[in-house]
Design a protein around this ligand. Structure first.
Ligand SMILES: Cc1ncc(COP(=O)(O)O)c(C=O)c1O
Length: 373
């Protein structure tokens, strides 16, 4: 009998596990009175900012907008260069474009797969105004090195925390190390909505105030635009769902770490590069990403897993600088990003997975390598 398919992530399982609480929270919003912003949004903004140890949280439409509005609120726009990575979701780079600034792409560190501080330094010009550090897969970028580069060159540091809810750097949650940070609550994220949602966190009152204005036409009072903004309001239904899920985020993160440890133990003897955790970091394991020896092996392993009903993802198959829309973008040498695009594979990992599910994945990976030896 074919076994049940196992997805890379499974937001529906996340809903079903908390169905009673989530349904009740949705019903409360349906009762009104606020269908735009209102109590459900403010409650989640305050709760999520407190969870991360940040002073202000401003809910927006999605993570791409969170980055874009953070950039705008920090005063970045036309003529300003923003350094970030090519090995990321295209959203990181799209947000720089949306702000009217110029993306400049740096390679990643091969161990952490996050932005390489040396590559950043090599790309700094007089026009450089900011760095976006992406805590990719749930592992923090080297915040200490980036903070010192940004301080030395007078740059703004923005954290892209879309994949790193509850990840830690020296015992402190990511999201308040830079001048602002951006979170996505896309359904598959570690804290996921049932639709689109995002948030900007900052400790800077001025930046918070500007994001709040920008997300709604520059209005402090209705129908009076102080700034040129637009509409990027967090939906109250999503906010209510996220407040429910936030209560479970610590437990879910621990479960992700347990499952990741199970993979690490069981896959240790295979010719795969496994995720590492830098000293002083706590990994949020948004994705459990292994590297195969080369593209042919990665693709064959993926096909083998799929035949066993196991869906493994690729994050990401093409670095941004190699995609048609971005061919002209300025970038440094990209040996690591280009290699990762050919070799990475994301194994299933989400809190509702059982130990048996993880063991099934690990044994299927073993089967693949045994058949080749
Ligand atoms: C690293 C990264 N940055 C930004 C985003 C954008 O988030 P959203 O899809 O909510 O716009 C995502 C998620 O897709 C992401 O993974």
């Amino acid at each position: 009998m074919p076994s049940t398919p196992l997805l890379t992530s499974d937001p529906r399982a996340g809903y079903l596990a908390l169905r009673t609480e989530i349904d009740a929270a949705i019903r409360e919003v349906l009762e009104g009175p606020a269908y735009i912003l209102g109590e459900a949004v403010s409650r989640f903004e305050a709760g999520f900012a407190a969870f991360n140890g940040a002073r202000f949280g401003i809910g927006v439409n999605n993570g791409t907008d969170a980055l874009h509005l953070a950039l705008r609120a920090l005063g970045l726009g036309a003529g300003d260069e923003v350094i970030t990575v090519s090995h990321t979701a295209v959203a990181t780079v799209a947000a720089i474009d949306m702000a009217g600034a110029t993306p400049v792409l740096a390679d990643v560190d091969p161990r952490t797969r996050t932005i390489d501080p040396k590559a950043v330094e090599a790309l700094i010009t007089p026009r450089t105004k900011a760095v976006i550090a992406v805590h990719l897969y749930g592992h923090p970028a080297d915040l200490e090195a980036l903070q010192s580069i940004c301080a030395k060159h007078g740059l703004r540091l923005i954290e892209d925390c879309a994949q790193a809810h509850a990840a830690e750097w020296n015992g402190r949650k990511v999201g308040s190390f830079g001048h602002a940070s951006a979170f996505s609550f896309y359904p598959t994220k570690n804290l996921g909505a049932i639709g689109d949602a995002g948030m900007v966190l900052t400790n800077d009152q001025h930046v918070a105030d500007r994001v709040r204005l920008l997300r709604q036409y520059g209005w402090r009072a209705p129908q009076h635009s102080e700034l040129r903004g637009w509409n990027s309001r967090l939906d109250p239904l999503q906010a209510a769902i996220l407040s429910v899920k936030l209560k479970h985020l610590d437990a879910h993160t621990l479960r992700r770490r347990e499952l990741a440890q199970r993979y690490l133990d069981q896959l240790a003897d295979l010719p795969l590069v496994l995720p590492v955790v830098s000293h002083g970091c706590a990994h949020a394991y948004h994705l459990f990403v292994v590297e195969a020896a080369d593209q042919a092996t990665r693709d064959a392993l993926r096909a083998h897993l799929l035949r066993a009903g196991i869906h493994a993802g690729i994050h990401y198959p093409e670095p941004v600088h190699a995609q048609p829309a971005y061919l002209g973008v300025t970038h440094g040498p990209m040996p690591v990003s280009e290699r990762l695009a050919r070799t990475v594979l994301s194994l299933p990992l989400y809190p509702e997975m059982t130990d048996a599910d993880a063991d099934r994945v690990a044994s299927s990976v073993h089967e693949f390598y045994s058949a080749r030896s």
